[in-house]
Design a protein around this ligand. Structure first.
Ligand SMILES: Nc1ncnc2c1ncn2[C@@H]1O[C@H](COP(=O)(O)OP(=O)(O)OP(=O)(O)O)[C@@H](O)[C@H]1O
Length: 347
């Protein structure tokens, strides 16, 4: 199997100024700064095969963006080695640019004052794309991302969703072998997120584009990636197929019940009473009670959601009831909890 990317003990430490407290401290750090080393990525070993779809997960500050920046040649590592599409990213950055695509949710690669069609044109010149191939590919991407109405509008006048669709289409123009995405769906509505995920999946299926993504959105991970790597304190904690992770952790739902206003104030207590006499089904746990709002977590591999909802509506008069997926942060916390129980995580 062909490797898309590989890292060995890849590490990055930043030198950061340590600021002392107070005015005197501020002055001292201005004239005689004290520096300390901050480890962002701790000798990480990764191996991704061509055509894989991989999510790099972790809490804020875990080192995800720094890893992607090293893999795309933006940052020089402090230690270790990496090859991406057969090249050392920080030494062969220009050559690498022909083989990879990058999408940074927080940073645009489109020219702000130009319409997307002009940026597409510029990209085709920069990458010296064959004219016929380029036009065919551009038109196909325009059709798939439904960009027709925005193609000639300056980027600054586009909504975030419209701009992100253009960004991702732009990153596919030169047929990259690997697509790096850092928070690609941040701030987008559900419909746009779905559209973007569908098209990335389609490119992966049709062209075997390797996808390497970071996201705080569980939907991105579940719908786009076959494999998830969780990092913590800059090192790999878990590396697992998403279906397995889903069975273990992602099968949880959060059920929020708001009791009706005319429900007896004792309803919550009554509800607890019911719980005592008829305990919650296996796999259901009480997460919190705030006034009339009760939050439960339900593990769908152990409990039937319909039966749970039916038993709740019978137990008390209900004003509102919602069922949600846990946030990725919750999932990661859960993973840390599991690993800590096994002795794998220190904090
Ligand atoms: N240029 C920099 N100078 C100093 N420290 C940095 C720099 N860039 C990142 N860091 C630090 O390195 C650590 C890892 O940051 P990084 O942005 O890679 O995390 P992340 O996992 O992408 O987080 P997030 O989910 O919040 O985007 C953080 O503690 C961050 O403060």
């Amino acid at each position: 199997m062909k490797l898309a990317l590989e890292t060995r003990a890849l590490g990055k430490t930043f030198r950061v100024k340590e600021k002392q407290a107070g005015l005197r401290g501020s002055l001292r750090s201005l004239f005689a700064p004290e520096w300390k080393e901050k480890m962002a990525v701790d000798r990480i070993d990764l191996s991704v095969e061509a055509g894989e779809t991989v999510a790099l997960l972790g809490p804020n500050g875990a080192g995800k963006s720094t890893t992607i920046k090293m893999l795309t040649g933006i940052l020089h590592p402090s230690a270790g080695e990496a090859t991406v599409a057969g090249l050392v990213p920080w030494r062969e950055r220009t050559k690498l640019a022909y083989r990879i695509g990058t999408v940074f949710g927080q940073k645009s690669q489109l020219w702000y004052h130009l319409p997307p069609i002009d940026t597409f044109e510029l990209i085709s010149r920069v990458y010296e794309l064959d004219r016929g191939d380029y036009t065919k590919r551009r038109d196909r991407l325009v059709e798939r991302f439904e960009l027709g109405p925005y193609l000639h509008t300056p980027v600054r006048k586009l909504s975030l969703g419209e701009r992100m669709r253009c960004e991702i289409a732009a990153s596919f123009l030169h047929r990259p072998q690997i697509l790096f995405l850092d928070e690609p769906t941040i701030g987008l509505d559900v419909v746009v997120k779905q559209r973007i995920r569908e098209i990335i999946r389609e490119r992966n299926r049709e062209e075997e584009t390797t996808v390497f993504l970071t996201s705080h959105d569980a939907g991105d991970v579940e719908q786009l990636c076959a494999r998830a790597i969780v990092i913590h304190h800059g090192g790999v904690l878990i590396d697992r197929p998403v279906p397995l992770l889903r069975r273990e952790v992602l099968s949880g739902k959060i059920v929020t019940v708001t009791l009706a206003d005319d429900e007896e104030p004792a309803a919550v207590a009554k509800w607890f009473g019911l719980r005592v006499s008829a305990p919650l089904p296996e796999g259901v746990e009480l997460a919190s009670v705030e006034g009339r709002r009760i939050r439960l977590t339900a593990n769908l591999s152990q409990t039937n959601l319909n039966e749970l909802l039916a038993s709740l509506t019978q137990a008390a008069r209900i004003a509102d009831l919602t069922v949600e997926d846990p946030s990725l942060e919750d999932i990661i916390k859960h993973i840390y909890g599991m690993e800590r129980a096994k002795g794998g995580v220190s904090t």
